[in-house]
Design a protein around this ligand. Structure first.
Ligand code: NAP
Length: 306
């Protein structure tokens, strides 16, 4: 039986692995469907402390993984298909059917940015299409960009992007924002932001150039189609925490994020770290911090069991 299984290899999972391995807990890390997590789709990370020149998301995750391996963390390719958290010992079943038992589990499965689902959009993710304005906004200095969505995230993204982009067009499918009034008012009043109401994106242009060159936008009321020249599209239509295998066992809030107090979930011995339990900050450094906390909590839990 494993002492600690960590599920996920984004900044939360890998930092938990560094700490758990250094604490001689010999952690087993399940890599998940996207080893390295959301950072893998980010070109450069400029706001992770310690890298004054910035670092690519892939390199940052690779370095953190090597750091964990140096202290003895073991990695296993695969995804968790099912979890038995309420019985003892707890168990995880991987998608290939393998079952692993554990004394403690750290859930660091992250959240996935929701995308519109267009083929052209999928092809240009990381090449002008981004799910994270805080991560990528600074790369769009003095160029026009668009934000799709009408919630608080879209408002925050649009306002954040005013520090960089020459113009921001917010594209929303209805004629009223879902966002809080104060955020919506700020967006509407901002001189750099224009709102296209009742509009949806039919296509992201630039696939043949491998970079975003514009958008084909359709007014849903008139069916009129127009082209908007932008070099970046920030998709802000919500995030979905990756909690599938734990449904009905781990408590979530009304938006589906795991509820964790000091990383402790409602089940003893199960800890949550990173974006799967954070709908507010969603940054690499905050995820890493909670991964550290989860490993310390797991260590304390195991000590108390002896
Ligand atoms: P959200 O509130 O669910 O809003 C998603 C937006 O995307 C909605 O306007 C929705 O349109 C639109 N949308 C959804 N699917 C779409 C699609 N396929 N195509 C085009 N548009 C689509 O998500 P969120 O903005 O990420 O916020 C999530 C939660 O975090 C909310 O509770 C929010 O208040 C909170 N949050 C708070 C802050 C803050 O307080 N500073 C910041 C960020 C987020 P409809 O309106 O037509 O449904």
């Amino acid at each position: 039986m494993e002492k600690v299984i960590i599920i996920g290899t984004g900044p939360a999972g890998l930092t938990a692995a560094v700490y758990a391995a250094r604490a001689n807990l010999d952690p087993l890390v399940i890599e998940g469907f996207q080893p390295g997590g959301q950072l893998i789709t980010t070109s450069d990370v400029e706001n992770y402390p310690g890298f004054p020149e910035g670092i690519s998301g892939a390199e940052l995750m690779d370095l953190t993984r090597k750091q964990a391996e140096r202290f003895g963390a073991r990695f296993k390719a695969g995804e968790v298909a099912a979890a038995g958290l309420t019985c003892r010992p707890m168990s995880l079943t991987l998608s290939d059917g393998e079952k692993i038992e554990a004394q403690t589990i750290i859930v660091a499965t992250g959240a996935s940015a929701q995308y519109i689902g267009l083929e052209s959009e999928q092809k240009l993710i990381g090449r002008g299409v981004s799910g994270c304005a805080t991560c990528d906004g600074a790369f769009y200095r003095d160029v026009p960009v668009a934000v799709v969505g009408g919630g608080d995230t879209a408002m925050e993204d649009a306002l954040f992007l005013t520090h960089f982009a020459s113009k921001i067009t917010v594209i929303h499918r209805r004629n009223q924002f879902r966002a809080s009034q104060i955020m919506a008012e700020r967006v509407i009043a901002h001189p750099k932001i224009e709102v296209l109401w009742d509009s949806v994106i039919d296509e992201v242009l630039g696939v043949e150039k491998n970079e975003v060159t514009g958008l084909k936008v359709r007014n849903v009321k008139t069916n009129e189609v127009s082209e908007l020249a932008v070099t970046g599209l920030f998709v802000a239509i919500g995030h979905k925490p990756n909690t599938g295998p734990f449904a009905g066992q781990l408590d979530t809030d009304h938006t589906g994020y795991l509820i964790a107090k000091n990383t402790r979930t409602n089940i003893d011995g199960v800890f949550a770290a990173g974006d799967v339990q954070d709908s507010v900050y969603r940054q690499a450094i905050t995820a890493a911090g909670s991964g550290c906390a989860a490993a310390i909590e797991a260590e304390r839990y195991l000590e108390a069991q002896q």
